[in-house]
Design a protein around this ligand. Sequence first.
Ligand code: SAM
Length: 390
Amino acid sequence: MKVGIDRRVNRDDPGLVQRMAFLSRSRGVARLGMIRFMLDRPVPSSSSDAAGSPHRRRPRYPGKNPRRFEDKYKEHDPARHAATIAKVLASGKTPAGTHRPIMVAEILAALAPGPGENAADCTLGYGGHAREILPRLQPGGRLLGLDADPIELPKTEARMRALGFGPEVFEAHRSNFAGLPQVLASVGMSGVDLILADLGVSSMQLDDPARGFSVKHTGPLDMRMNPRRGLPASAVLERTSVDDLARLLVDHADEPHAVSLAPLLAGRSFRTTTELAQAVRAGLPRLAEDVADLTVRRVFQALRIAVNDELSALDRFLCALPVCLKPGGRVAVLTFHSGEDRRVKKAFAAGRLDGLYAAISDEVIRPTPGEQSANPRSAPAKLRWARRAG
Ligand SMILES: C[S@@+](CC[C@H](N)C(=O)[O-])C[C@H]1O[C@@H](n2cnc3c(N)ncnc32)[C@H](O)[C@@H]1O
């Protein structure tokens, strides 16, 4: 019988977190929290281990290190490969298949979760914020986690259960956040004490080429948060007129080249993310490479927002917020582009004038420079909060 060395992470090893902290110290402490989160999973006993996970060969990939998202088997299994995770985080990147929660301290300060309170995390994602909020609601509090994504939601639910959050404190709901009132009604709640929305896409969605959000890797031009509903980006682009596309590029991404790009893209059939990116670059041949890259990103962002009807979902959510919050309840919304932030700012200001909110954030709150350099994806984030009148 072959006896293998168990390379699994032993979380009881007192030196483990220190060793990983050493690896990541050069780039700040945010990473340490992430490592703790990713490792904070129950480790099966060695007997169930031996029975439960037969030895599997690692996937084959060309070259020395895996490059493709699906081949990064160590990053997909952070509990087993702590040193790899620490290295990826120390380089300022997000390990494949995970997401690093943004502005956690600022969100906790705005929401001030307390024992016995109920919360709705309307964009559950990887569960990064939810797993920080939940312990602060105990004893006696509950958190409902909503997400539109039927692919990632079950994985996050399993991760939350493995962390010890049972159905009495945590429930996952596959729902658009515009349907928050219906979700609350379905569980017999008239309102909650705190609501969080962290808009946009998760790193798991963004980095997985199969989801078609990625500018960097070839994949089907899809971009749907719920691939079981609606039309993929390829079909949306094929059906959009030149004028509508030009408007969409300006409204959703402030694209300065909208008018020249729209006739080159609208009504055309692009099967993959790479085909679309190449068409954008070919349409603006005089742009420097880095400027063209930004344009490609903006085109992808505008299209993604259209495919998922993100701004109308946000409008409906902002409109429903006051009835979903209990008196004195708090809401925090994290946005990633000006079209979203403008809407949140306006809705909170109008709610304050109408007496629905007792207080709102005076200024937008931004991630610290330390967080921005440790996690470049946090750089565009803007946080606003409001407190329901009592
Ligand atoms: C930035 S991620 C959230 C990450 C999460 N806060 C964490 O720390 O792990 C945004 C998530 O919101 C979801 N989402 C985006 N728009 C949504 C909508 N209208 N309704 C429900 N979920 C939505 C996406 O599927 C994605 O999982």
